[in-house]
Design a binder for this molecule. Structure first.
Ligand SMILES: O=P(O)(O)OC[C@H]1O[C@](O)(CO)[C@@H](O)[C@@H]1O
Length: 528
């Protein structure tokens, strides 16, 4: 297509949200009118399904749950007055709590104010808070935030060492919808021990954000934690940033949570329109469908050209891949759906993998995120009449052109500034795009059966560890791996037994492995 036709196509397909100052450009996705026409019936159905979802249908049939993250941004559309009331009460509870922490009404036992937050959670209970903190936490936030989002012992040590001196004034947020996620539980137990080792009263530093009646909520009540905030069963982890999960840490950091909610609400209104061209989330879903033939054949590379949006791609990775990556569709057919998402930030990644995007295997489409405001304040020249921000723009659009010239498609999202409203709007834009796309491909976007399978397998491995340790202790003499596996009644798990023993041995735990490490079958194991 020549420059004039491209310019026309750009204008034909440009979406602009006046209130938010947000642009969406899908003109560099090379679909044609026939494709758009062919998608219209699917979109008509997707809009209907979304309407039913917002009205309180059980849109997550496997778990028998409603899907209500849209109500959080506009409680007036909650399906019952009780739900509306619950959302509003929870919001004022959050604001009130943040205010009390800021003014010292809620304070640690031995100091007048909390100075730091330690947030323990994983997946949807971490990625949103991490993204929003990086994007929006003010320079002089009332409380600094730190995260434990893994069960890596060395990672926990590094973090605890880093904040050791601040522990007496640290507020711990334990965030887990289920209240049973082992990674989070482990982090909490280690943090609890760290508090105890410094003679600090952990419950008087702790707050739980969790599902009603969960094990975590019960623990918080029994031990007298400072407070608890509910995670509603109708909000999924990956769409929970605008629930207590994201709003509690954001409010504590002094981020304008009403601004985030307002931006999301405005975007929700725009993406509720049952009109393909006037609905930015539908335009995204259309583009994704086109890129990957509705089968995820192309990966989504997300490149925000703004350091503060660095974690947006990681946030979207969970949102898109956990929602869409499904083996079965809603009719039970095996479909192996999904869209792989990766990305970091521009222009940094141009010096990493963009070489392959420009010239290598064409198995992706790009999403550029542009921010019009370079910085607050004056930019010095780095060349005659040229600033660093001009370079960033040049790199973004240079890459867009270079990849298009090589038949690689891209979407561009442009926001005026990184602020609470635009961040809320971005979250809402992608929530809806994922929901609409899920309808197009007929999958349940709101469950995650694959993750549950992984969790189950992990717990079986831990059971196996307990079993083999009992055998080793009872035997009192060295055993070959074969003998051990037989005695533990787990001959079919011999490779896993070997790996458990290798790990225990490497950490100086209860066992010693002897023999030729290059030949696992030659090893024998004894109690240390
Ligand atoms: O908030 P929870 O229940 O600890 O779950 C954390 C994460 O684990 C998952 O359930 C599975 O990885 C995610 O969907 C969720 O965001």
């Amino acid at each position: 297509m020549d420059a004039r036709s491209l310019w026309k196509r750009y204008q034909d397909w440009l979406y602009y949200h006046e209130g938010l100052g947000l642009y969406l450009d899908i003109s560099r996705m090379r679909f044609d009118e026939t494709f758009v026409e062919s998608m219209k019936p699917k979109f008509a159905q997707a809009f209907e399904e979304m309407k039913a979802l917002e009205a309180g249908a059980v849109a997550n049939p496997d778990e028998g749950r409603m899907v209500g993250h849209y109500w959080l941004r506009n409680p007036d559309i909650a399906p019952t007055p009780e739900l509306k009331q619950e959302i509003l009460e929870n919001l004022s509870h959050i604001e009130d709590f943040a205010q009390k922490v800021h003014n010292g009404t809620v304070h640690p036992p031995n100091a007048s104010k909390f100075t730091d937050i330690l947030s323990i959670g994983i997946g949807g209970s971490a990625l949103g808070p991490q993204f929003v903190s990086t994007a929006l936490a003010p320079e002089s936030a009332p409380l600094g935030i730190h995260f434990i989002d893994n069960t890596d012992p060395a990672g926990i040590d590094a973090l605890l060492n880093h904040i050791k001196d601040h522990l007496p004034t640290t507020l711990v947020l334990v965030i887990s919808k289920s209240g049973t996620t082992p990674d989070t539980r482990n982090g909490m137990i280690e943090v609890q021990k760290a508090f105890e080792s410094m003679n600090l009263n952990f419950p008087r530093h702790a707050v739980a954000i969790t599902g009603h009646d969960s094990a975590l909520e019960k623990q918080a009540h029994q031990e007298g934690w400072i407070d608890t905030f509910p995670m509603h069963d109708w909000v999924g982890g990956r769409t929970s940033e605008l629930s207590g999960v994201g709003l509690v840490p954001a409010a504590l950091q002094g981020i304008d949570i009403q601004g985030m909610l307002a931006g999301a609400k405005e975007m929700d209104e725009a993406t509720r329109q049952p009109d393909l061209k006037g609905n930015p989330a539908a335009l995204l879903a259309l583009s994704w469908y086109f890129a990957g033939n509705g089968r995820g054949e192309k990966d989504m590379v997300v490149l925000p050209y703004k350091d503060s949006l660095l974690l947006f791609s990681r946030y979207l990775q969970q949102l898109v891949m956990e929602s869409l990556g499904k083996e079965k569709d809603l009719a039970g057919n095996t479909v192996y759906q999904g869209i792989a998402v990766y990305g970091n930030k521009g222009s940094t990644d141009q010096h990493a993998y963009v070489q392959q995007l420009r010239e290598g295997v064409p198995n992706f489409f790009l999403t550029f995120i542009e921010v019009l405001e370079d910085r607050q304040g004056h930019s010095p020249d780095v060349g005659p009449g040229i600033t660093t921000g001009d370079y960033l723009l040049g790199f973004l659009y240079g890459t867009r052109e270079a990849i298009y010239d090589n038949q690689r498609d891209s979407i561009s999202v442009t926001i005026p500034q990184v602020n609470p409203r635009t961040v809320g709007a971005l979250i809402a834009l992608y929530d809806r795009a994922v929901g609409l796309y899920a309808s197009l491909i007929n999958v349940n976007a709101y469950h995650q059966p694959g993750v549950e399978a992984g969790k189950k397998a992990a717990s079986e491995i831990l059971d196996l560890q307990t079993r083999i340790m009992e055998v080793i202790a009872a035997e009192g003499k060295p055993l070959s791996l074969e003998e051990l596996a037989q005695k533990a009644d787990a001959s079919d798990r011999i490779e896993m037994i070997y790996k458990i023993l290798r790990h225990l041995h490497a950490n100086g735990r209860q066992v010693t492995l002897s023999g030729n490490l290059a030949q696992p079958a030659s090893l024998s194991v004894s109690a240390r």
